[in-house]
Design a protein. Structure first.
Ligand code: CA
Length: 221
C-alpha cells in the first residue's frame, strides 16, 4: 500500500518512513509543498500523512489542491500541539484525521489504519477474502483451519493489496507500485517470485494468473 509522507523535518521524516515501512507501507517522501502536489497527482497514493508547516507553503493549501483535483485518498494531518484552528481548518479542507506533535508512532499507525479502513468501507482491522483472514495489526494470515502464518513485510503488502479487492486484476506494474517506492528498482520477476511464495502458503488456487493482464485473488477458495 503506497503512502505519501509529507514532512520537511529530515530526522522525523526518516524515522517515520522506516517505521511505516516496517508496518507494511511503501513510502514516498516529499519535503516541500511542491513535491507533495506533484507526487499526490502522479503516483497511485492510498493515503497521505501531511505536515502543515512546509518551507514553501502551507500543507492546508496542498490538501485543498488535492481535493480540488478530485484526489480522494485519506489524509492525516500533523499539527502543532494545542493549535485547534489548524485542526478545524484541516478537517474543513478535507483531512480525515489529525495528530498533534509530538506523537507516538503507534498512535500514528493506529489512526492511519483507521482512516484507511473507513476509506475502504471496513470497520474491523481484519481483511476477509474467501476462507482467509489478514490481520492488519499483527501482519498475520489466518488460514481456514484456524492456523496462523506470520508474513514478511513484502508478502504482507502484496497479499494486503490482492485481498483488499478480491476478484480485481492487478498488473505487475500496479503491484510493484504498491510494494516499492520510486527510488527502489526491483527486478522484473520479483512479483512472480513473491506470488509463488504466497501460493505456497495459501495454496495454488488462491491467487489466479490472468494471462497478459496480471493477478487476482480468488475469493472462491
Ligand atoms: Ca514542518
Amino acid at each position: 500500500m503506497r503512502l505519501l509522507l509529507v514532512e520537511d523535518d529530515h530526522l522525523l521524516a526518516e524515522s517515520l518512513a522506516s517505521q511505516l515501512k516496517k508496518a507494511g507501507f511503501s513510502v514516498e517522501e516529499a519535503r516541500t509543498a511542491k513535491e507533495a502536489l506533484t507526487l499526490g497527482q502522479q503516483e497511485d497514493i492510498q493515503a497521505a500523512v501531511l505536515d502543515l508547516g512546509l518551507p514553501d507553503g502551507n500543507g492546508l493549501d496542498v490538501l485543498l489542491q488535492w481535493r480540488k483535483k478530485q484526489l480522494e485518498f485519506p489524509v492525516l494531518i500533523l499539527t502543532a500541539r494545542g493549535n485547534w484552528q489548524d485542526k478545524v481548518n484541516g478537517l474543513k479542507a478535507g483531512a480525515d484525521d489529525y495528530l498533534a506533535k509530538p506523537f507516538q508512532t503507534e498512535e500514528l499507525l493506529a489512526r492511519l489504519n483507521a482512516v484507511l479502513r473507513r476509506s475502504q468501507g471496513r470497520s474491523q482491522s481484519l481483511i476477509k477474502a474467501g476462507h482467509f483472514e489478514l490481520d492488519e495489526n499483527r501482519q498475520v494470515l489466518k488460514q481456514r483451519d484456524g492456523s496462523e502464518v506470520s508474513l514478511t513485510g513484502t508478502e504482507y503488502r502484496l497479499l494486503h493489496c490482492l485481498m483488499s479487492r478480491p476478484g480485481q486484476i492487478f498488473s505487475k506494474e500496479q503491484l510493484k507500485d504498491q510494494l516499492y517506492s520510486l527510488n527502489e528498482s526491483p527486478g522484473d520477476n520479483v512479483i512472480e517470485a513473491y506470488i509463488l511464495r504466497l501460493r505456497k502458503i495459501l495454496g495454488s488456487q488462491a491467487i489466479l494468473t490472468r494471462r497478459g493482464q496480471g493477478y487476482s485473488f480468488n475469493h472462491e477458495v
